[in-house]
Design a protein around this ligand. Structure first.
Ligand code: DX5
Ligand code: ZN
Length: 220
């Protein structure tokens, strides 16, 4: 497999110094910045909204991967696109009209992505593969950083990799939750090409070493 992209999740960063924290991982070799938006309704936690995305935008040129854990998402898609989101990811579980929402994201000029919770089978997105540029497999239940990687999600990653190959389209396959130096190689072996990590990067003193440790050539 090709070198995976590393996307630090700022959920585990120092929220009092978010701008610096984004620049720090950019300087340490990050490929994307992952931004977790939580509404206290779809998930049992509240994080931040489009204002914070907008405020961070001048701090790096790296793509912003905006993970919306909100229900409904539709009323806020335009605000996130305008705030500078490059990828806008919605949950397949967050409403019956993902097809429409993904088209809307594309029309706003962002890259559409779809997210699957641990309980959701890969087939749940089989009819919308032509609309997405990113598929994100949650390897924890969404809402909090620092949870344990669910190994049960590995076959799902492989299945989705096969489904992506079948389309012949260029779709990124991301994994989010409990990614560290031990689980990263399992996820990439299963077919993931984007690794999202919060605590495995931001809870470490040396971001550069922490990011390097997630790349497969540096893991056991
Ligand atoms: C969880 C978020 C994740 C989270 C990952 O709902 O979607 O992006 O920040 O955190 P770690 O890497 O600590 O599991
Ligand atoms: Zn996330």
């Amino acid at each position: 497999a090709a070198r995976p992209l590393i996307a630090p999740s700022i959920l585990a960063a120092d929220f009092a110094r978010l701008g610096e924290e984004v620049q720090a991982v950019a300087n340490a070799g990050a490929d994307w910045i992952h931004l977790d938006v939580m509404d206290g309704h779809f998930v049992p936690n509240i994080s931040f909204g489009p204002q914070v995305v907008k405020a961070l935008r001048p701090h790096t040129q790296l793509p912003f991967d905006v993970h919306l854990m909100i229900e409904p998402a539709d009323p806020y898609l335009e605000a996130f696109a305008k705030a500078g989101a490059d990828n806008i990811l919605i949950h397949i579980e967050a409403g019956p009209h993902a097809h429409r929402s993904l088209q809307h994201i594309r029309a706003l000029g962002a890259k559409p992505g779809i997210v699957l919770c641990p309980a959701t089978p890969p087939e749940a997105i089989s009819e919308i593969l032509d609309l997405v540029d990113v598929i994100l497999v949650m390897s924890v239940n969404p809402g909090f950083g620092g949870q344990k990687f669910l190994h049960s999600q590995l076959p799902k990653i492989s299945r989705l990799r096969d489904m992506i190959t079948q389309t012949g389209r260029d779709i990124r396959l991301a994994v989010d939750g409990g990614i560290d130096a031990t689980t990263a190689p399992l996820a990439t072996k299963a077919g993931a090409d984007v690794l999202i990590a919060g605590s495995a990067i931001y809870a470490k003193p040396d971001y550069k070493a922490a990011i390097a440790a997630l790349r497969p050539e540096n893991t056991p």
